[in-house]
Design a protein around this ligand. Structure first.
Ligand code: G6P
Length: 617
């Protein structure tokens, strides 16, 4: 996830921007850049790699760019986590219009960038990067008459997607204009200086007076004051709040841990992963130039997922979705087993390595085995440039941003979203779904970010009340059926990973073949009981465990009254398609594991014995 910062005041902007970007490093990035305005000139320096590389480039005069004299007191900066366009200096921000008069730094995605790029090109704009972000600079420059603020208000009306950006223009050397749609943006008010950034840590060393920018708003930032405008350009009142966070809390966005912050970032991660792949409305586009060529999907006779840990559970979900929607056989394999098993695999097989990090040794090994046997190999990962991306014939990126908590949360929901997208694209190519059904599923998928947002409101308190009575239990059983099975497995893994509580997870139909022997009155049983063609069977299994005295916590679908009479506690998730509701159901299970870990006095960000990335066998 990119970090953006803007500064206007009376001190040298270069130092303040660089220090601010350092405070945003935790968001993850692969390149960085700044633009400074002084003396009727804007100079821009960008570099691939970390901020040390950027500082070296600045010290070098930025490849011919001399240090500005007098030092600039206004500027913008960016750390880029690549999503559109590979990691390169020309794709790094800031971006500018063809005349170099308007510079922008952007976080997020402009969904209609292709259409905008075409029309701006027709008007003479010359593009210099592969990014979607660059259109914003050209658009503002084209629309500009004599007022940057009103131009940004109008430009915002032309932009689709979710993003936050800061713009700076040579024509108005004392003002920055920023705007926000979904992606974070916050203003810092100093004494004779102002800041605007993705997150508070960027300016915490200078001021603790903060103004929150809401969705759809535009902010006009000057050294001596800030004006917030609504989407029609009307000025709004906004209180200045004082933040008393220390630096560490600030990095966590005010949350007590990274894991909790990342759980709350899931709507964003989903939107980034889904939205621009579903722009067509009636179908899915997975093509990404130089990254994923959809011809890899043509003539496929079988899909094989290879993965470890949480990523394996995303593969299991892929099996339900692809088999049901696209009518293709799917296998899901633990990567460490697959690589040594001598698998039967060949050219019409699509082998997909799912790996958050793209560096897990066993997943890489399994992908290599498949490749050697002639299969087409795709990496489904969150990290651009990771080893998996280099070893694969094509890459499907989740766009969840950097995940710091060892237990995967936001990257898992992004993986689920991407396997759903893949299933729908395969169905479309194979003609296995009626067009209306396909369009309906695309709409349902696009609504998921909003549903996750709704679900998270007030959920923590509800979950904590449940954790209050079960946190000391020594053993938990998780059950589910159909697409609920991967979620039961993932819920159990989360609890195990961060609470060190013994768990088992089973397809509910298997319960009678063993795990039921474990149950007694002390056992909490967590059941995924969202809507599904087999919900009645899940309820039967719930009755069976209750007959042994176990206490059942069920995740059910809002509006379904059939589950509550069978269980001790229900946690409702918003209604969606039965195949998609399990994605929603994992959110309360993550929080349940989280609240139990906290009640046990453990640090969920760094569970004992576990590593975020397992680069050895
Ligand atoms: C480790 C992590 C898990 C992750 C698994 C696979 O066990 O702690 O969160 O699911 O590795 O990692 P990958 O990066 O390949 O998804």
């Amino acid at each position: 996830m990119c970090g953006i910062i803007g500064y206007v005041g009376s001190r040298p902007a270069e130092e303040i921007l660089l220090a601010g970007l350092r405070r945003l490093e935790y968001r993850g990035y692969d390149s960085a850049g700044i633009s400074l305005l002084a003396d009727g000139e804007i100079q821009s320096v960008r570099a691939v790699g970390n901020l040390d590389r950027l500082e070296e480039a600045l010290a070098d005069g930025g490849g011919g760019v001399a240090t500005l004299a007098p030092p600039a007191t206004i500027g913008i900066g960016h750390t880029r986590w690549a999503t559109h366009g590979r990691v390169s200096e020309r794709n790094a921000h800031p971006h500018c219009d063809s005349a170099g008069r308007v510079h922008v730094v952007v976080n997020g995605i402009v969904e209609n960038y292709m259409a905008l790029r075409e029309s701006l090109r027709a008007d003479g704009a010359v593009f210099s990067s592969e990014t979607d972000a660059e259109v914003i600079a050209h658009l503002i420059a084209t629309m500009y008459a004599d007022d940057l603020a009103s131009t940004v208000v109008r430009a915002l009306g032309e932009l689709e997607g979710f993003f936050a950006f800061v713009a700076m223009s040579l024509d108005e050397p004392d003002v920055l204009v920023a705007a926000r749609r979904e992606c974070p943006l916050v203003v810092g008010r100093g004494d004779g200086e102002s800041f605007v950034a993705s997150a508070v840590p960027a300016f915490l060393a200078h001021t603790r007076s903060v103004q929150i920018v809401e969705n759809g708003e535009v902010v006009v930032v000057r050294a001596d004051g800030v004006e917030i405008l609504d989407s029609a350009g009307v000025a709004l009142e906004r209180e200045v709040t004082r933040i008393d966070w220390d630096e560490e809390t600030a990095e966590k966005g005010g949350y007590e841990t990274f894991m909790l912050k990342e759980i709350h970032e899931q709507a964003d991660a989903l939107a980034e992963t889904i939205n621009d792949r579903t722009v067509r409305g009636d179908g899915v586009d997975l093509a990404e130039e130089g990254v994923f060529d959809e011809s890899l999907l043509h003539g496929v006779t079988r899909v094989v997922f290879v993965a470890c840990g949480t990523a394996y559970h995303a593969g299991l979900m892929g099996r339900y979705a692809i088999e049901e929607w696209a009518g293709l056989p799917v296998e899901v394999e633990i990567a460490s087993e697959y690589r040594y098993r001598g698998p039967i695999v060949g050219p019409t097989d699509l082998v997909i390595g799912i790996s958050q990090s793209g560096e897990t040794a066993d997943t890489l090994g399994a992908m290599r085995t498949a490749r050697e046997r002639g299969a087409r190999v795709v990496a489904l990962t969150n990290v651009m440039g990771s080893q998996a991306t280099r070893d694969a014939d094509g890459v499907l990126y989740t766009r969840a941003g950097l995940e710091i908590g060892v237990a995967a949360t936001k990257t898992f929901v992004a993986q689920l979203a991407l396997v759903y997208l893949l299933a729908l694209r395969l169905a479309e190519l194979r003609g296995t779904l009626a067009p209306e059904r396909l369009a309906e599923l695309v709409r349902a998928l696009r609504r998921l970010p909003q549903l996750v947002e709704e679900l998270l409101g007030g959920l923590e308190e509800r979950i904590d009340r449940i954790a209050e009575w079960c946190w000391e239990a020594p053993f938990f059983l998780y059950i589910g059926r159909h697409a609920g099975v991967p979620i039961a497995l993932e819920g159990a893994l989360k609890l195990k990973e961060i609470s060190y509580v013994s768990t088992d997870a089973y397809a509910a139909g298997e319960m009678k073949h063993g795990p039921i022997a474990m149950l007694d009155e002390s056992t909490p049983v967590v059941a995924v009981a969202t809507s599904s063609p087999v919900l009645a069977k899940v309820l039967n299994n719930i009755d069976e465990v209750r007959a042994r005295g176990a206490k059942v916590i069920a995740v059910s679908t809002a509006g379904d009254a059939t589950v509550a009479p069978h269980v001790e506690a229900t946690i409702e998730v918003p209604a969606s398609d039965p195949m998609l509701e399990p994605l929603l159901a994992v959110v309360p299970l993550q929080l349940l594991a989280y609240r139990i870990a906290m009640r046990r006095g453990l640090n969920p960000d760094q569970p004992r014995n576990l590593a975020k990335t397992v680069t050895v066998e």
